[in-house]
Design a protein around this ligand. Structure first.
Ligand SMILES: C[S@@+](CC[C@H](N)C(=O)[O-])C[C@H]1O[C@@H](n2cnc3c(N)ncnc32)[C@H](O)[C@@H]1O
Length: 268
């Protein structure tokens, strides 16, 4: 089958923003390559949604061209580029369980080939996972808000959580998060919810890797006396985020940043 492929060139320092745009719009079929100059990144995006590409081009002021390519070709290239992702010490993600050999020790989370945001490659997922490793004590009950593929839920279960509830407002994410539980032989509940609207129990730890504006909306919904891992905050707005937490009476235990992204470990 022929598919429309959009080849988009973007300055390397803006590629994170483009990645975030894809995540927000649930655009999963793409791969990127770095130009030899390393100042540019080239994204190959596969979608029939021309309006979305127009919006992207306007927003990022990028140049692009469209070509028709064979489904099999792009899948092969994309799959060949997948590798085991190390997200923290002794914590890995396998994005192609049928093909990739896994490290012999540590925790390895398998995700299904073709999954959206949440193969662990993005800094925000890594930061959230590294805080889970630090803060999650055996037996804790965890709520993963904006679970996406469910990668953080699976990590929480493997780290010894007694119960995990994964919520997302996107129906594809719900499907993927359930699939991730099955693939990894762990059990957690997955529920459709706009933030905590459908969450009625209290949890020891809340983890949310979303974006600044959505995280700000989550703050007033969190119960007092819990731990909260917030990730997905762009560096320039990280001080604003810290200030909002303090205004809610929350205590910031630690802030970690990687490249353009920051995450916080918070006591509510
Ligand atoms: C950046 S992805 C994170 C996925 C995964 N937790 C990870 O760390 O890789 C953000 C997820 O939040 C979800 N999301 C965005 N706004 C939401 C809201 N108001 N309520 C629930 N989920 C939301 C999106 O559908 C998406 O799956």
């Amino acid at each position: 089958m022929k598919r429309k492929e959009w080849v988009i060139k973007i300055a390397s320092d803006k590629s994170n923003d483009l990645f975030e745009f894809f995540a927000i719009h649930n655009l999963t079929s793409f791969y990127s390559e770095t130009n030899p100059s390393e100042k540019e990144e080239i994204f190959h995006v596969y979608t029939e949604d021309e309006e979305l590409i127009k919006e992207l081009v306007k927003k990022f002021e990028v140049s692009y061209k469209s070509i028709l390519s064979d489904d099999e070709d792009w899948l092969a290239v994309w799959r060949k580029n997948l590798k085991i992702v190390r997200i923290d010490e002794d914590l890995y993600v396998n994005p192609d369980p049928e093909r990739l050999a896994e490290p012999s020790k540590g925790i390895v989370i398998k995700v299904n080939l073709g999954m959206a945001f949440g193969t662990g490659e993005h800094e925000t997922t890594k930061l959230a996972a590294s805080f889970l490793k630090k803060a999650l004590k055996r037996g804790m009950k965890v709520c993963d808000v904006g679970c996406g593929t469910g990668i953080l839920s699976a990590i929480a279960m493997k780290l010894g959580a007694s119960k995990v509830l994964a919520v997302d407002m996107d129906k594809n994410a719900i499907k993927q998060a359930k699939e991730t539980a099955r693939l990894n032989g762990v059990k957690y509940e997955v529920k459709k919810s706009d933030l905590l609207a459908q969450v009625h129990a209290k949890f020891d730890l809340y983890v949310a890797n979303i974006v600044f504006d959505v995280l700000i909306k989550l703050l007033p919904q969190l119960p007092k006396g819990a731990l909260f891992i917030a990730s997905g905050i762009d560096k320039p707005r990280s001080n604003d985020f810290a200030k909002s937490c303090e205004e809610h009476g929350f205590q910031i235990t630690e802030k970690r940043c990687e490249n353009e992204w920051c995450a916080f470990l918070i006591k509510t």
